[in-house]
Structures are given as C-alpha cells and as structure tokens.
Design a protein around this ligand. Sequence first.
Ligand code: SAH
Length: 265
Amino acid sequence: MTGKVYLVGAGPGDPQLITVKGLWCLHHADVLLYDRLVAPELVEEVPAAAECIYVGKSPGRHPYSQAAINAILVERARCRNIVVRLKGGDPFVFGRGGEEAQALAGAGVPFEVVPGVTSALGVPARAGIPVTHRGVSATFAVLTGHQAGGRDDLNWEALAQIDTLVILMGVKRLPHVIAMLVAHGRDPQTPVAIVERGTLAGERVVSGDLGSIAGRAAAAGICSPATVVIGDVVRLRESLFSSPLAPSIPDRQPSTLPDLQSAIS
Ligand code: SAH
C-alpha cells in the first residue's frame, strides 16, 4: 500500500485564504513539503510529529531541484505517508504543480490536486481590482515576466489586445513587458497597478500608467512578491475603496489561523 500526495494551493498570502480542504490536508499530513511564499501560520497547522521539509524557491535560489522534490514526494508516499505538497497560490498556475503531478502519475503514486486562490486573481481582488467588469474588461490573461530559459516567445500582438493583463514574477522584467505591449499597439496611458505583498500585512500598491509605472515602481523600491495588473479595471480601485463598506487597506490586519479553526469546526 502506498500513501497519497496532496498537491495543495496555499492561497496568495493571507493564511485564511487557504481552502477548507487544503487545511484538512495539513491537519492529516505525515510529511509536508512547502515553498517560500507559503504563510508560516499554515506550516504550524501540521501535526507535531509531521516531517516538514522546506524546499523554498527564492528567485535564483533553489536548494532542492525540481527532480529532487519529485523524488522526495514519490519516496515518502511509498512509505505509506500522507504527503502534502503546499505551494503558494494555486499549484497549477506558474507553480510547476503539473510537473509534480506527472512525476507522481509516472511513478504510480496516488495523488489529488487541491486548488488554491491564485495570486493572479486573489491579489488584485483584495486590492479592489476586479479582473473583469461589465463594460470595462471582458477578457483577462495571466503571464509571467520570467519565462523558462529567459526566452520570450509570447504572442505580444495578441496580448496587447487583452483587456486585463496580470503579470506574475514580473517586477524585474516590467520595462521589457511594457516596451513589448506599447510596440504592439497598447496605449501608453493604459492604467497599471503593482501590488506588493498582496493580502499580507505591509501590502503596498503603486499605480500609474504604462508610461510611468516602471519609474514609480523603482522609486518606491517595489520588490518580489508583487503582482502587476494592466488595464482599465485598475481605475475601479478608487471607486471601490471610496465606498464606506469597503475594507481600508491600511487598517486591514492580517488574519490569524485561530479564527479560521473556529470557522470550520
Ligand atoms: N502558484 C502561484 C504563483 C507562483 S509564481 C499562484 O498561483 O499564486 C510567484 C509569483 O506570484 C510572485 O513572483 C508574484 O508575482 C506572485 N505573488 C505571490 N504571492 C504574492 C503576494 N502576496 N502579493 C503579490 N504577488 C504575489
């Protein structure tokens, strides 16, 4: 009998944004493998006896290769463990969860995917930016500023036509992305917002337009993790946050897991 691997999305940052099923997996874990952007509060949710392995990937630093992570998942599951692979956001959005699923399938190890709230949607949403909005945006696309091998084979002509673009891992390459979009016809006055540490304490938002945003981001010292949103929907943020019912970002405290525990018990 082998165990089972759960590929779990932790959500965009705030630990309360994990799913109920994701939290259930943590509570039943024998082994946990987790990434850098996973909230520490979530790591504390596993049983005291569970083995916790930090396989954190910070930009440019990978203590465990993807092959090594795959091998640990297979080996621990074969020892009849419940193995939880906890990843930031959603495991299948720029998270290499698909590769891990392939490795598990290839090794004949049972696994289940537990989707998470991707930062591509959750970070703009909590900052007051809907990625679609009637009459403003009917299409959105998510891309990364950091493509495998540093190549750029994106279809910029098509991307320049999409109402809302969300860019992950895009801070460093933002000037390149902007240059490509403008070269393919996007109006330099298109609004842009960058949300740094979205949904977490210390969240910061810098906004401007395609022409000004790179300079403003550099001046503000914006760094990873940050999500870039490009499109007219960015303008909605002001009207949403001027509502008396809207949460005010500076007042928002990070949520704590004890609340979450009582919410589902
Ligand atoms: N699988 C993840 C994405 C992994 S790529 C998901 O679905 O969310 C990591 C990128 O996600 C970061 O470089 C950043 O662009 C974005 N990101 C993750 N956490 C974030 C946060 N708290 N605030 C803003 N962006 C974040």
